[in-house]
Design a protein around this ligand. Structure first.
Ligand SMILES: NCc1[nH]cc(CCC(=O)O)c1CC(=O)O
Length: 328
């Protein structure tokens, strides 16, 4: 089925209105123009509940809120495709009805990085003073920070990457009860991929190794979502699909959904593709304070589907006691 008439109207790209989301939508528009030089696209920015709510996201439905509003735009025809950070797409439930991931773009860098306030001499986690405050709202990052440095005080932080950096740099910022922030911090953990999309990699002071900080499931992956019935858009987007990144994403998300990892479980997963195409999936599940964890790293069998690898890693983590650690 073709898109709603008129057929020559621009392809509408549903996106959040944050700078990172707009940059991602722009990037996809550029890729589409390279495929189809005559194609016109138009971003349709939306401010989601997740963007406007200043407090703890778990109280209003979790970080799935960022994608929910955009998915609704797609479902009701206000947008023809959406660009989602796969990391933000909930792993414990199927995509909304009628929507499909038509493509996964080549994967960006998956590493988490440490950013410090402008002028701070700190160059690594080891150089942070005893009891230093580090900002992140990701339970996965918190657990792994505490595993590295149990003395750190991990502080919640919300907002777009730009807002977070502004908070980091303003040593004395007004405290509002609603935002759950607790005064100045010594450092912040962010994803390299996000900073890179904003042209802000100069702010990176230290890159965590994968052994120090295993990434989130879907880290660095942009997923292009559209209506399943929209054959023309599905076929167009499919031409942008990166099969290796797609397979890695499928393996990681299969592990995540198997663990029924709701958005606040400290779960990390990273799948890589060997030159011969064989996938290896490393999965970890942590207790909230990082003091306990289970992990496994398994390679796919010769003809094993990515999702089957994810299930096997999930089963092995469960065998090691992942469930008890998640339920705490
Ligand atoms: N939760 C916000 C979010 N979603 C995706 C990215 C970065 C890009 C990526 O890893 O895909 C970020 C920012 C961050 O975690 O620092």
């Amino acid at each position: 089925m073709n898109r709603h008439p008129p057929p020559d109207s621009p392809l509408l790209i549903g996106t959040r209105s944050s700078a990172m989301a707009l940059a991602q939508a722009d990037h996809v528009a550029e890729l589409l123009r390279r495929l189809e030089p005559g194609l016109r696209t138009q971003p349709v920015p939306t401010t989601t509940t997740g963007d406007t709510w200043p407090g703890d996201l778990t109280r209003i439905g979790g970080k799935g809120l960022f994608v929910k509003a955009i998915d609704e735009q797609l479902q009701c025809g206000e947008a023809d495709l959406a660009v989602h950070c796969l990391k933000d797409v909930p792993g414990d439930r199927p995509l909304p009805r009628g929507l499909t991931i038509a493509a996964v773009l080549p994967r960006a860098d998956v590493h988490d990085v440490l950013v410090v306030p402008e002028g701070s001499p700190v160059a690594s986690p080891a150089e942070l003073p005893e009891g230093a405050a580090v900002a992140t709202s990701a339970v996965r990052r918190k657990a792994q920070l505490l595993a590295l440095r149990p003395d750190l005080r991990v502080m919640p932080v919300r907002g777009t990457v730009g807002t977070r950096l502004a908070k980091l740099d303003s040593a004395r910022r007004p405290h509002t009860a609603a935002d759950g922030d607790d005064g100045p911090v010594d450092a912040m953990v962010l994803a390299r991929a996000g900073l890179s999309r904003l042209g802000l990699t100069a702010r990176i002071r230290y890159e965590f190794s994968l052994a120090e900080m295993l990434p989130a499931v879907g880290a660095g992956v942009l997923a292009l979502v559209c209506r399943e019935e929209d054959d023309a858009v599905t076929a167009l987007l499919h031409r942008l699909d990166d099969p290796a990144a797609h397979a890695e994403a499928d393996a990681e998300r299969s592990m995540l959904s198997g663990l029924r990892g709701h958005c606040n479980s400290p779960i990390a997963g990273h799948c890589t593709t060997a030159p011969d195409g064989r996938l290896t999936l490393h999965g970890m599940v942590f207790s909230g304070d990082g003091s306990r964890f289970v992990q496994t790293r398994l390679q796919a069998g010769p003809r094993e589907e990515p999702a089957a690898l994810g299930s096997r890693v999930c089963a092995e983590l469960s065998r090691q006691g992942a469930r008890q650690i998640i339920d705490g």
